[in-house]
Design a binder for this molecule. Structure first.
Ligand code: C2E
Ligand code: CA
Ligand code: CA
Ligand code: CA
Length: 281
C-alpha cells in the first residue's frame, strides 16, 4: 500500500492513512471505555457432552461504542494489547465476571459445577503481581479458585517457556484451572506440553469445523483427545455448530463443547434466564 515517489519520499495511499487515523481514534476512545462503562461481558455456555448440562461459561468482552455501535473484541483486543490498555481492561473483565459467576452460584445452588473461563492475554499473563491481583479478586467476590479457569494461548507460553512454566506453576498452586486456548493454531508446543501444569486443551474452531466431512480433521481431533488423555488433561471443542460435529466429538469421547449449536454468547440477562430455565442440551 505504499510507494516510492520520484523524489524518494514514501507516499501512503489514503486507505492506509485512514486506517492509521482510525486506529489512533480507537486507541483514544478505548482509554475512556472502562470509565465510561462502555464495556460489557457476554457469557457463552460450556457443555458437558455426556450429560448435556451446562458446566460453566466463558466470559467474552464487548465494546458498546457510542458512535460506532458494538465493536468486536477481535478488533479492539489487539489495540488494547499494543497500548497496554489490556491490563486495566483485563482486570475489569476478571472482576466483573467473577462477581457475576458468584452471584449465579448463589442464585442457582443446584447447578454444580458452575465455573468461569476468562481469557488472559499475553501481556496480562506476564505482568508482575498477577497472582496477588487474582487472589484479591477472588477474595472480594467470594468465587473459589477452583471455579476459575484461565485461558492462555500457546503463543503467550512459547514466547518464554521457562518464565511461563514458573507463572503457570504458581497459578496452579493457587488452585486455579489452566486452559490452552485455540489449541493447535500456535507454534507447536507439543515438546513442552507435558512440562506445563495444564488442565484443559481447547481445540480451535478451525479443527472442529470440518470434523464431520474431512477425515484428516477428524484424525487431528482424535490425536488431540488421545494426547490430552495421556497427559491427564481434558478437552473442550470450540465452535461446535452442527449435530454432526457433536456426534463425531461424542465418538471421540471429547469431554466438553462450546458453540452456536448450544448457544451464542449471551448477555447477563439471557444467561441468567438460561440458568433459571434449567435447560440442558
Ligand atoms: P476465543 O477466546 O477463541 O473465543 C471464542 C470466540 O468464538 C468468541 O468470539 C465466540 O463468540 C466465538 N464462537 C463461539 N462459538 C462459535 C461458533 O459456534 N461458531 C463461530 N463461528 N464462532 C463461535 P468473540 O466473542 O468475538 O471473541 C473473539 C476473541 O477475542 C476471543 O477468541 C478472544 O481471543 C478475544 N477475547 C474476547 N474476550 C476477551 C477478554 O476478556 N480478554 C482477552 N484477552 N481476550 C478476549
Ligand atoms: Ca477463549
Ligand atoms: Ca478459543
Ligand atoms: Ca480464537
Amino acid at each position: 500500500a505504499k510507494e516510492q515517489s520520484q523524489a524518494g519520499h514514501i507516499v501512503f495511499d489514503t486507505t492506509m492513512y485512514d486506517r492509521a487515523v482510525e486506529l489512533l481514534q480507537l486507541e483514544t476512545d478505548l482509554r475512556w471505555a472502562v470509565e465510561r462503562q462502555e464495556l460489557c461481558i457476554f457469557y457463552q455456555p460450556i457443555i458437558c457432552i455426556k450429560t448435556g448440562k451446562i458446566t460453566g461459561f466463558e466470559a467474552l468482552v464487548r465494546w458498546q461504542h457510542p458512535e460506532r455501535g458494538l465493536i468486536s473484541p477481535t478488533e479492539f483486543i489487539p489495540v488494547a494489547e499494543e497500548t497496554g490498555l489490556i491490563i486495566p481492561i483485563g482486570q475489569w473483565v476478571l472482576t466483573e465476571s467473577c462477581k457475576q459467576l458468584r452471584q449465579w452460584q448463589l442464585q442457582f445452588p443446584a447447578i454444580k459445577p458452575l465455573t468461569l473461563n476468562v481469557n488472559l492475554s499475553g501481556k496480562q499473563f506476564s505482568q508482575p503481581h498477577l497472582i496477588e491481583q487474582i487472589s484479591q479478586i477472588l477474595q472480594d467476590t467470594g468465587l473459589s479458585s477452583s471455579n476459575l479457569k484461565l485461558e492462555i494461548t500457546e503463543t503467550a507460553i512459547i514466547a518464554s517457556p521457562q518464565k511461563a512454566t514458573s507463572i503457570l506453576k504458581q497459578l496452579k498452586a493457587f488452585g486455579l484451572q489452566l486452559c490452552i486456548d485455540d489449541f493447535g493454531t500456535g507454534y507447536s508446543s507439543l515438546a513442552y506440553l507435558h512440562n506445563f501444569p495444564i488442565d484443559v486443551l481447547k481445540i480451535d474452531r478451525s479443527f472442529v469445523n470440518r470434523i464431520d466431512s474431512d477425515t484428516e480433521q477428524f484424525a487431528i481431533v482424535r490425536a488431540i483427545v488421545t494426547l490430552a488423555d495421556n497427559l491427564g488433561m481434558s478437552v473442550v471443542a470450540e465452535g461446535v455448530e452442527t449435530i454432526n460435529q457433536l456426534a463425531q466429538l461424542q465418538l471421540l469421547q471429547c469431554q466438553q463443547a462450546q458453540g452456536y449449536l448450544f448457544s451464542k454468547p449471551l448477555d447477563q440477562e439471557q444467561a441468567r434466564n438460561l440458568l433459571a430455565s434449567g435447560q440442558s442440551f
